[in-house]
Design a protein around this ligand. Structure first.
Ligand code: GTP
Ligand code: MG
Length: 434
């Protein structure tokens, strides 16, 4: 069997990436609030989709201020497209130019602001953002790497895009010094940059000063401009681009789409969790006040009331997994059975004692009612949280089974603080009705 041609592979990657970006952009099930909360990510997705459809590849130059990023971009382009300067922070915004020389015509070079040791946090974030969505990043340094540069390199490596490491200003170093520096850089970049992609260049070598001595002994000096020496880097870049440029762009877009869809998922989960918390609290209050107004024996507190069933069904709707009345009933029965088993030892005296704790006014009816209500609140909270766990796992108790799940919930909730909060909430409400 013949291996598929590289063009076919690139096409397949591109089709897959285009489809996943489109699916995310057009997904009607993403709530509007979440879409607007992630508006910059969605805008970037749209830009990436357009870029993919145009078959473009983006290369970003990245590095500390003044290492010669703009000079390198200019040298690759063969024009003074980007401003180069001795001042730190010459480049303040990311800029982009088409690199026509490379096959396909769709290769763009992006110059980024320098990352700085001291200030310019917004610029630095911009640099990371741009590099984070570029298909290939040339990390430029002008000597041995600082800790900060090493951290930045690792951050970029975690974004899973190909990195090249360029030691610029090689004209300032002797041959041996340059070789030693390259060896150190390869050491720092081990596992993140291929050895052959760590190269020495001189994007804008300092002009030579040539001194002429004339016959009368007078001296005249002349500045001789030197051409950029970036051939090793250019060769590596061209090789990578020709071999896998479009595939890189497609993979990068797919990765980004994956990240955005994870973020969407997390936000949806958070929003549901917040809403579930509010719903549980409402039912806790309702149940607690009902019990306080009409105290029932402690042992009956766990008996599934209509309110608990309504709570569980409400939670089912929050998690997009509606439960029928009978499903809700059996779910509560399972949870209650676990709670009773867990609590039987403490459900009586100790729990009542802690529910009463801090109520110094003597055992007035109001106080007893408050304590009973607080217990009802606590029980409802446990039922709600357990039902929530079951729903989050897609209507399943998972491998651990209901016993462990319920035990973990009981252990994770701070009983005394719930009872305290419940008591004060109930007393406030009872006072307002009496
Ligand atoms: N000796 C030498 N100097 C260079 C070389 N490349 C750039 N420079 C000098 O380094 C300085 C900074 O160059 P830029 O290209 O502006 O650096 P940058 O990384 O874009 O800097 P910011 O935009 O400020 O982050 C300039 O004075 C350049 O002339 C080189 O290969 N050799
Ligand atoms: Mg610059």
């Amino acid at each position: 069997m013949r291996a598929p041609a590289p063009v076919a592979i690139a096409d397949a990657h591109q089709d897959h990436a285009t489809a996943s970006l489109r699916a995310l952009l057009e997904d009607g099930s993403i709530p509007a609030a979440i879409r607007s909360g992630l508006s910059s990510e969605f805008a970037r997705l749209e830009a990436m989709l357009a870029k993919l459809e145009r078959g473009e590849v983006h290369i970003a130059v990245f590095g500390r201020v003044s290492v010669g990023k703009s000079a390198l971009a200019n040298a690759l382009l063969g024009s003074d497209a980007f401003s180069v300067g001795v001042l730190h922070g010459t480049t303040r915004e990311a800029g982009q130019r088409s690199w026509r020389e490379v096959a396909g015509n769709g290769v763009h070079l992006i110059d980024t602001p320098g990352i700085d040791e001291l200030d310019g946090q917004a610029r630095e974030q911009l640099a990371f953002d741009v590099a984070g969505v570029a298909d290939l990043v040339v990390f430029v340094v002008d000597g041995d790497m600082t800790q900060r540069e090493r951290d930045a390199l690792s951050t970029l490596a975690r974004t899973h895009r190909p990195l090249l490491l360029a030691l610029n200003k090689a004209d300032r170093y002797g041959e041996d010094e340059c070789a030693a520096l390259l060896a150190r850089l390869r050491e720092h970049a081990r596992g993140m940059v291929h050895e052959e992609d760590v190269v020495a260049i001189a994007a804008q070598p300092t002009p030579l000063k040539r001194v002429h001595v004339d016959t009368s002994g007078g001296e005249r000096s002349e500045r001789v401009e030197r051409k950029p020496d970036i051939e090793t880097l250019r060769a590596r870049l061209t090789a990578i681009l020709e071999r896998e440029g479009r595939t890189l762009a497609a993979l990068n877009a797919s990765l980004f789409a994956g990240r955005v869809s994870d973020q969407v998922g997390t936000r949806i989960a958070q929003a549901r969790q917040e809403l579930a918390g509010k719903v549980i609290r409402q039912y806790c209050i309702a149940k607690a006040v009902a019990v306080a107004l009409n105290p029932i024996p402690v042992a009956d507190l766990l008996a599934a009331g209509a309110l608990d069933a309504a709570l569980v069904m409400h939670l089912g709707r929050v998690y997009g997994l509606p439960l029928s009345k009978s499903e809700a009933g059996s779910l509560i029965a399972v949870i209650s059975a676990q709670l009773v088993a867990l609590m039987s030892a403490i459900w009586g005296v100790h729990l009542v004692a802690s529910a009463l704790k801090g109520m110094s006014a003597g055992l007035s009816t109001l106080v007893t009612a408050g304590a009973q209500g607080a217990l009802a609140w606590y029980a409802t909270e446990l039922v709600g949280r357990a039902a929530e766990k079951y729903l989050v796992a897609g209507k399943s108790w998972g491998e651990l089974g209901p016993k462990r799940v319920v035990a973990e919930i009981v252990a994770s909730l701070d009983r005394d603080s719930i009872l305290r909060e419940a008591r004060s909430e109930i007393l406030a409400r009872l006072r307002s009705v009496s």
